[in-house]
Write a new protein. Structure first.
Length: 166
């Protein structure tokens, strides 16, 4: 298919691609507590990740983000889910959720925040971004080779996050 046959049009819904990565070590998950200087999620726990840059694929971006934000190389990353997040009627975020298992190495905090291994049984005790309370139990159970889940986020009239799985 030629480049001009891709069907791109400025009046279509457009997404920004991002990765969100969760590394597990036994019954613990690696989470990043956002630095106080962060514009988004300062002081709250989240997975590791960021934008997919031009020329990158999803797994390549995940590996790069993981190395930049943690100092870790995790060879077994795999796609566990895709979430569409609307920003407005014309723009959104396509979030690719990746999972992997700790393969050793020293953690290195970054300007993004501080890293902690947190027991999956205790995550409810921490101030986390809203979607993690739903995503983490799914990810804990997922095994390599399972098909990825598909979901979309929406916000109700009170501004509360709603998650819809397909």
């Amino acid at each position: 298919m030629a480049q001009d046959e891709q069907g791109w049009s400025a009046d279509r819904f457009v997404v920004i691609p991002r990765t969100l990565i969760f590394i597990f070590n036994g019954t613990d998950v690696l989470l990043l507590k956002g630095a106080a200087t962060k514009r988004l999620w300062a002081g709250r726990y989240n997975g590791v990740g960021g934008h997919i840059e031009a020329g990158e694929d999803v797994l390549g971006s995940g590996r790069r983000e993981l190395l930049e934000e943690t100092g870790l190389r995790v060879p077994d990353l795999w796609l566990c889910g895709v979430v569409m997040v609307p920003v407005d009627s014309q723009r959104g975020i396509a979030m690719y959720i990746l999972k992997g298992h700790y393969a050793g190495g020293d953690l290195v905090d970054s300007r993004e925040g501080h890293l902690d291994w947190i027991s999956c049984a205790a995550v409810d005790r921490y101030d986390m971004v809203d979607d993690l309370r739903t995503l983490l139990p799914l990810l804990v159970k997922m095994k390599p080779g399972e098909p990825p889940f598909s979901a979309r986020y929406a916000y109700d009239e009170k501004g509360q996050l709603q998650i819809y799985f397909s």
